[in-house]
Design a protein around this ligand. Sequence first.
Ligand code: ADP
Ligand code: MG
Length: 322
Amino acid sequence: NHLINQIAAGEVVERPANALKEILENSLDAGASQVSVEITGGGIKLIRVTDNGSGIHADDLPLALSRHATSKIKNLSDLEHVRSMGFRGEGLASIASVSRLTLTSRTAELPHAHEIRAEDGVLSPIAAASHPIGTTVEVCELFFNTPARRQFLKSENTEYAHCATMLERLALANPQVAFSLKNNGKSVFNYPAQTLAQRVGTIVGEDFQAACLPVDSGENILRVHGFVSKPTFAKGKSDMQFCFVNNRFVRDKVILHAVKQAYRDVLHNQIVPAFVLFLDIPPELVDVNVHPTKTEVRFRDSQAVHQLIFHNLNKVLAETRA
Ligand code: ADP
Ligand code: MG
């Protein structure tokens, strides 16, 4: 398949958190406003995600589990402009090949739900099931058939922590979506639909929310917006630094450098800033396809990105000194 060969192939699922990310991104792509996550045994035993999105038509259930079947792009030019989270069509297929997966879904057109199971790459027949409009993906015994990969996993607590971090990033980028998390049967959180400011308070902390400054460069081809800690905020930690490019969490040296420089310029001393920043950039000016499991991006014009962020942060930080 020509198109597929043009897309960097890679191992999508290295650990439970990667599987969870793929599943959650599908829920968001399906327009869900409510997403519930259940994790057992660090996500190795069970990951179950239920959403109230558009659902998958019964006829399309086998396709959803087939490699390189995506409903999201049709040709290479779509790829340049992709705005959905997923587009490679390998998320569910990859997970299904290394777990026992059950996909249950109902669309608005059909009177009831259907489900399909995959085990060791073999699909079951489609069966009638009971489920409200939306989808549940249940992944059991991840890596049961790939002991070598399973061996590379850390403790259940560590794998759980990676899953929770992944979920928090997605929750921060999608405050209008309600998210809940259960770990080993116990409720961890239940976020209602919130404004961004509220979600930032919930996830990054009320301390930060009370001591942050809004940033917004305004609608433009390149836009940065979000919240940064006031120069007086002394509790910044590196896990309070969130950047999103076109709503995807990234770790990017260019952005981080611009932020640090903006603080240094105003403060002349070292503090660890806390921030939640969203960079909106035309998709053709950024390559997000560096590696499916990595959080890196490549900008066509990294200097323009650097300047935009430095300039806008510098301005709001300087105002606090005036
Ligand atoms: P991709 O997201 O790259 O298209 P996936 O393997 O992650 O590929 O998913 C395959 C297809 O299954 C998607 O294109 C979508 O049509 C469907 N799908 C998967 N999860 C959901 C969901 N939660 N709600 C609706 N459709 C879904
Ligand atoms: Mg996907």
